[in-house]
Design a protein around this ligand. Structure first.
Ligand SMILES: *Cc1c(COP(=O)(O)O)cnc(C)c1O
Ligand code: SF4
Length: 457
């Protein structure tokens, strides 16, 4: 018998909600998938072939599950969006079509015109200034010891909020995309640059999305980077596990190619991991659990980077559930990013204060190594900053000033909260161009920035 000195009350039932994963043939309620059996639904090629890219395909797939008003709204949304649309059947099947306006998966992938808000006056297309830190096409060298390699511009889905909407996906009515290096011959310049810079120890392979690399190119990139003596760490970034987890179950060639690189890295004393991108707890199902178990058994470490998105995960309890559910399926929650200041998605951004509040609630819910750091990738190229580390945050007007001494010494960076989330008085002030500039000057003065030539925006 153990003698319990101070009894901790039993955990209430809702504590375990994060373990309730959707299972069974949940896709069968979608009219177009009614006759799709499990083997077909888990086939990654079937998933790719049946991805929804146009309003017509959406209508064909869900038929009368959503109202005609919603479909018309989406038609207009598709036209105005800076990103092309592409949604996997897996994601379509997880949307609650009875309430598509509020659904967290719909919000991420399918634009509707009625929800669009005017852009913030300080928004840009490439808010992180990645092109300014790019020595050769498809490589961003911003931090001293790590670089971002962008070997392709396609993804298994397109996210409305993509920070790289300047380059990712096919051209849209609103954006002609910047060309990145997309072929093995073009990648050569990126490898040569990395080889020429001994300070580069850490390479993020993103894009685009490593899911879309054929196995031989995955191995080609992995081997070329492992062969550079000073490269010690690599991460393959892919949204795939979040929106098409079945590829890890049915695309044996791809998973074997990844495993081969991880194993080869291990024999060389080099660390190769996967970074993925879950945003909503609903994205994690029993299929996800099965898929990630395969990587876990092969010793492939997976970290997650989320974006804080209004109506998707900006509620403390929903973020806590996401973080705990990730841990439950062997994924380490690494970062939660402030939504970047990109065009056409103002309805998805949140305030810095929201990030601070959500972080406060989440920290303490689970293991520290499964607790994400909330970061703001400073607009203008300051790199990721802990959201709490602002020099000054004018909550009333929604202006946060950051510094990045080891990335861009002496410079100042500003993140602006979405205007519709501010008080009515502040919203009025933002309408006046003179008042607006004065508010920004004042926030900078209060942050101790003496010379405004040092502000990057
Ligand atoms: C995010 C990022 C990295 C990796 O940063 P970590 O904080 O180590 O995850 C590297 N290069 C660029 C340009 C990035 O944006
Ligand atoms: S998967 Fe990543 S790179 Fe592709 S659209 Fe989404 S956020 Fe952008």
């Amino acid at each position: 018998m153990i003698e319990i000195l101070h009894e901790k009350p039993a955990a209430p039932p809702e504590t375990f909600a994060y373990r309730d994963l959707v299972g069974g043939e949940f896709w069968r309620h979608i009219p177009a998938y009614r006759d799709v059996d499990e083997t077909m639904f888990l086939d990654h090629l079937w998933q790719q072939r049946h991805s929804v890219k146009t309003p017509e395909e959406l209508l064909e797939t869900i038929r009368d599950l959503a109202s005609p008003e919603f479909i018309r709204d989406a038609e207009l949304g598709f036209k105005r969006a800076p990103m092309a649309v592409r949604v996997s059947p897996y994601a379509i099947a997880l949307v609650d079509w009875k309430d598509p306006y509020r659904d967290p998966i719909r919000r991420q992938f399918i634009p509707v015109a009625s929800a669009l808000l005017p852009d913030h006056p300080r928004l840009t297309l490439d808010s992180l200034h990645e092109q300014a830190d790019s020595p050769v096409p498809g490589l961003v060298h911003r931090y001293v010891d790590k670089a971002l390699f962008l070997p392709l511009t396609v993804c298994p889905v397109y996210c409305r909020f993509c920070t790289r909407s300047y380059a990712i996906g096919p051209d849209t009515e609103n954006v002609d995309k910047v060309g990145l290096a997309k072929t093995p011959r073009q990648w050569h310049d990126a490898f040569a640059y990395i080889a020429s810079r001994p300070e580069l120890e850490d390479i993020v392979i993103s894009g685009g999305d490593a899911y879309q690399l054929p196995p031989k190119n995955l191995e080609l990139i992995g081997s070329a980077l492992l062969d550079i003596p000073h490269v010690r760490r690599m991460r393959f970034a892919t949204k795939g596990p979040a929106i098409m987890p079945m590829k890890l179950i049915s695309d044996h060639a791809w998973v074997d190619a990844l495993t081969a690189i991880v194993d080869r890295g291990r024999t060389m004393g080099k660390d190769v991991v996967v970074h993925t991108h879950f945003n909503a707890p609903e994205e994690i199902t029993e299929i996800t659990q099965r898929a990630l178990r395969i990587l876990f058994e092969r010793g492939i470490f997976v970290r997650n980077q989320s974006v804080l998105i209004r109506g998707v995960n900006d509620d403390p309890e929903r973020m806590q559930r996401l973080v705990k559910r990730l841990g439950y399926v062997h994924v380490h929650a690494y970062y939660v990013y402030m939504h970047d200041m990109v065009k056409g998605v103002e309805d998805l951004r949140t305030t810095i204060q929201t990030a601070v509040d959500v972080e406060k609630f989440v920290r303490g819910s689970t293991a520290g190594f499964n607790t994400p750091t909330f970061v703001c990738d400073a607009p203008g190229g300051g790199g990721k900053r802990d959201v709490h580390s602002y020099e000054r945050y004018d909550r009333e007007n929604g202006i946060a000033v950051y510094a990045a001494p080891s990335v861009k010494p002496g410079k100042a960076f500003i993140y602006f909260d979405p205007i519709d989330q501010l008080s009515p008085a502040a919203r009025e002030r933002w309408k006046d161009e003179v008042v607006r500039e004065e508010m920004i000057h004042e926030a900078l003065r209060n942050a101790g920035v003496r010379d405004e030539a040092l502000v990057v925006a």
